[in-house]
Design a protein. Sequence first.
Lengths: 265, 162
Amino acid sequence: MYETTYHRATSVSDAVAKLGASDDAKVLAGGQTLLPTMKQRLAAPSDVIDVTHIADMKGITETAGGLRIGAATTHAEVAGSEIVKRMLPGLATLAGHIGDPHVRHMGTIGGSLANNDPAADYPSAALALGATIHTNSRQIPAEDFFTGMFETALEDGEIVTAVEFPKAGACAYAKYPNPASRYAMAGVFVAKTDGGVRVAVTGAGQGGVFRHAGLEDALAQNFSADAIAGVTTDPDQLLSDIHGSADYRANLITVMAKRAVAACA
Amino acid sequence: MANVTMTVNGKSVSKPAEGRTLLVDFLREGAGLTGTHVGCDTSQCGACVVHVNGKAVKSCTMLAAQADGAEVTTIEGLASGGELHPMQAAFREHHGLQCGFCTPGMIMAAVDMVNRLGAPLDEATIRAELEGNICRCTGYHNIVKAIAAASETMAGMKTAAE
């Protein structure tokens, strides 16, 4: 790892000031992706700004329309939260299957969303549930937040502070993890929302997480695993690598979607 | 270089550390506690697991500065006096190690597992919870047996204490 300077932010405004004070600073929101990347010298920020000690960015609260999760809340905290388990059980299950127990003690929801890894789990939940990403300066609908592989709508110096999830009638997540890395080769989040059935797919798309119109339409007609058995995905839009071809991932999407729908029941 | 201060196994340790110094290097080289191992250095194997403020973390994937002010427990902090911690004793009893390289991380992960989930722990839970710890010798069977046995002992001790 190249040398870096560590800063511990005490508030959101302090973090924004520290981030803005350097051309090449990065937010350290748990570090379970950033630090391995720095160790491989694939990233070399001059400064890292630790946001995990900011009280305003932590914790889970019930709101009028759903729940709010502070960006510095760990995966373990989301997975173990009684509020999340009761209101959005699919989200708790998802958080409880990220990485391993040790990673879940450090990694945070805000870090995962801001990184937008094409195989990360959280982006699928945010997109399927129609979450709103809160930053230090604005609120961004998930629909507009994820703009491509490792790309988001965040501006330079902008920090994710919280995520607001609306209530859902039912929701579930199913993923097929890579046997070695445990990252999703295809992960499907299905949600019955006020705006209808929404389905988001991670791990498989060339442009990162995406909504699946074919699955949504079929489930809107008939919310059952059988109804989507014949729904296909165009492999031209999917990732193809040493772990699996685009055709294989296209098939996995249907299989995972069926499992998620079955888990909603 | 800024000073980093933390409580390691109940004792205060304060040493200068670079921003990039990993917690595992601070523990091994700064505090002289070489029981915590670096296996893969890529956040996968779990040989470096320690407890930070009571939670198991991979110390190769945390900066020492992130643990500034924290309470850290390493494998050296488990035994009291000359007596092994029940988890250590169970690993010995059930042959839960061969080469022993992964053992410190396995034991720290196992103690965290019992602390979080209580006891007794069934085999499926133990295997799922060992997701982040890799052993290349034993095939895990004896590690799982050791953790199951220790979870019962630890539950018994807790009951006796109450």
